[in-house]
Design a binder for this molecule. Structure first.
Ligand code: GLU
Length: 441
C-alpha cells in the first residue's frame, strides 16, 4: 500500500516550488491507488499560523489535489517526546550546551584550518559533573542525535545511488533548548508511524535524508523510498526564492491562471516527457514517472502558464462554463452559441464576462480611424435595429459593399473595429448574430 505525504510548514503561502513537491507526492499516491496525507509541519508555534494552514488547503483545493487525511504535528508532541526517550535509552541522544556564538567560533576555526565545519562532539566528552555544572549555569541544553560514522546509502528515486559520509555531517539537533522538537525528528516519527512508503521532496533535503535514515533505523522504523527533485529556478536560472512573491499560487489564481495549466506544466517540467495540457489531474497521475526526472535545476517560466490557460479554456465544453455563463445573464437560447464564439478568444475566464458586456452593450468605445469615419457612418446607417440573426452579417456587408464599392479587408476590418472595438475576436457572422444592440459611431 503506497502512502505519501505533503508536509508544508504553515508559515507562508504555497508557491510553485511547494506545489511541485505536493503534486509529485499526490500523483504517486493516486497512480498507485494509495493514500495521500496532508501533514502540517507546525511545530514552530511562533511562525505557524492557522491562516496559512487554511490558505494551503484552499490552494490545494483550487488545484483539485485532494488529500485523504490531515495531520498536524502540534497534535503529536507526545509521540515525539516518546521517540526522544527511546533515542536517549538507546544511547543515541546527548545534551549539548554550546551557545550559538560558541558554535560559530568553532566553525570559523575549523574553516580557517581547512576542515569541514562539523560539530566536534565536545558535549559527548563531558563528565557527569561538568554536565551538571553547565546545566546549572546555562539551563537546559539542546539534544543532538549521535550519528554512526559510516556511510549512509540509499537508492534515490530521482538521483539514483546516493551515499553520504556521516562523519561529514554534524550530529543534528533534534530538540531545541526551549524544548521544541525540530522537524528532523518530528518528520521521522510521523513518516514511520503513518506508514509513509515514499517521500519525495526538494534536493535541499538530501542531507536531512541521510541523518533521517539513521534516526529511523535507531527507532527501528522502516526506511521509506526517498526521491529528491531538483529545485525550480526562474527562466534565467535565478533562484526562485527571490521571486516568491509573484509566484504564490494565490497570485496565479488571482491572475486567472487555470489549475490545469499549472498542474500540466509542473507535472512534467524537468522530465523527459513533454509538457502537454491534460484534462484532469488524474490523467497526469496516470502518465507520471518519477524516473523520467533529472537532477539538473528546472527552469520555470510563469509566462508558459498563459498559453496553457488559454488552450485549456478553449477546450472546455459548454457544460463546463454553463453556470458561469448563466450568471452573466446570457439568454439560455444563446448561451451555447455564445460560448462557441468566444472560447478561442479569451485569455482568462474573466474575459468571458467582457465579451458578454460587449455583445450586450456594444464596445465602450468603437474603434474608427479618421479616414474610415464617413465609411463607417454610411455602413451603420445601412444596418437595421436588432434583433440580429445568422444572416445579418452577410446581408449587411453585401449592402455596404454595393453602396460604397469597398471589399475585402477594407470593407470588413473597419466594421469589425466599429462593432467590437477590437481588432480580433470571433467570426463576425457570430458576433453579429449575438449582438444585442445596434453598433453606434
Ligand atoms: N516541512 C518540511 C518542508 O517544508 C517538510 C520536508 C519534508 O518533506 O520532509 O521543507
Amino acid at each position: 500500500m503506497t502512502t505519501t505525504r505533503f508536509a508544508p510548514s504553515p508559515t507562508g503561502y504555497l508557491h510553485v516550488g511547494n506545489l511541485r513537491t505536493a503534486l509529485f507526492n499526490w500523483m504517486i499516491a493516486r497512480k498507485a491507488g494509495g493514500t495521500f496525507i496532508l501533514r502540517l509541519d507546525d511545530t514552530d508555534p511562533e511562525r505557524s499560523k492557522q491562516e496559512y494552514a487554511d490558505a494551503i488547503m484552499q490552494d490545494l483545493d483550487w488545484l483539485g489535489l485532494t488529500w485523504d487525511r490531515v495531520e498536524k504535528q502540534s497534535d503529536r508532541l507526545d509521540r515525539y517526546a516518546a521517540a526522544a526517550d527511546r533515542l536517549r535509552e538507546a544511547g543515541r541522544f546527548y545534551e549539548a550546551f554550546e551557545t550559538p556564538t560558541e558554535l560559530d567560533l568553532k566553525r570559523k576555526k575549523q574553516l580557517n584550518m581547512g576542515r569541514p565545519p562539523v560539530y566536534d562532539r565536545a558535549a559527548l566528552r563531558l563528565s557527569e559533573a561538568e554536565r551538571a555544572a553547565l546545566r546549572a549555569e546555562r539551563g537546559q541544553g539542546v539534544w543532538r542525535f549521535r550519528l554512526d560514522h559510516d556511510r549512509i546509502a540509499w537508492t534515490d528515486g530521482i538521483l539514483g545511488e546516493m551515499s553520504i559520509d556521516a562523519a561529514s555531517v554534524s550530529d543534528p539537533v533534534l530538540i531545541r533548548q526551549d524544548g521544541q522538537v525540530l522537524y528532523t525528528l518530528a518528520s521521522v516519527v510521523d513518516d514511520t508511524e503513518m506508514g509513509v512508503t515514499d517521500v519525495v521532496r526538494g534536493s535541499d533535503h538530501v542531507t536531512n535524508t541521510a541523518t533521517q535514515i539513521q534516526i529511523i533505523e535507531a527507532l527501528s522504523g522502516t526506511v521509506p523510498r526517498f526521491a529528491h527533485h531538483s529545485l525550480l529556478t526562474g527562466p534565467q536560472g535565478e533562484t526562485l526564492s527571490k521571486r516568491l512573491g509573484t509566484l504564490a499560487l494565490r497570485d496565479l489564481r488571482a491572475r486567472g491562471i487555470e489549475p490545469m495549466a499549472v498542474l500540466s506544466l509542473l507535472a512534467r517540467l524537468g522530465s523527459s516527457d513533454p509538457v502537454e495540457l491534460r484534462g484532469s489531474a488524474d490523467e497526469l497521475a496516470a502518465g507520471f514517472d518519477l524516473g523520467h526526472f533529472g537532477a539538473a535545476p528546472t527552469k520555470f517560466d510563469e509566462d508558459d502558464l498563459v498559453p496553457l490557460t488559454a488552450r485549456h479554456l478553449a477546450g472546455l465544453p459548454f457544460e463546463a462554463v454553463a453556470a458561469q455563463v448563466a450568471t452573466l445573464g446570457v439568454p439560455e437560447a444563446l448561451a451555447p452559441r455564445f460560448w462557441a464564439a468566444v472560447r478561442e478568444n479569451i485569455a482568462v475566464r474573466a474575459d468571458i464576462a467582457d465579451w458578454w458586456t460587449l455583445l450586450r452593450d456594444g464596445p465602450a468605445a468603437p474603434l474608427v480611424a479618421d479616414e474610415d469615419r464617413a465609411f463607417v457612418a454610411e455602413a451603420v446607417a445601412l444596418l437595421p435595429d436588432p434583433p440580429y440573426d445568422d444572416g445579418t452579417w452577410a446581408a449587411w456587408t453585401t449592402a455596404v459593399k454595393d453602396a460604397t464599392g469597398r471589399k475585402g479587408r477594407a470593407l470588413f476590418m473597419p466594421l469589425r473595429l466599429a462593432v467590437t472595438g477590437r481588432p480580433r475576436g470571433p467570426e463576425m457572422a457570430d458576433v453579429m448574430a449575438l449582438m444585442q444592440v445596434k453598433p453606434r459611431l
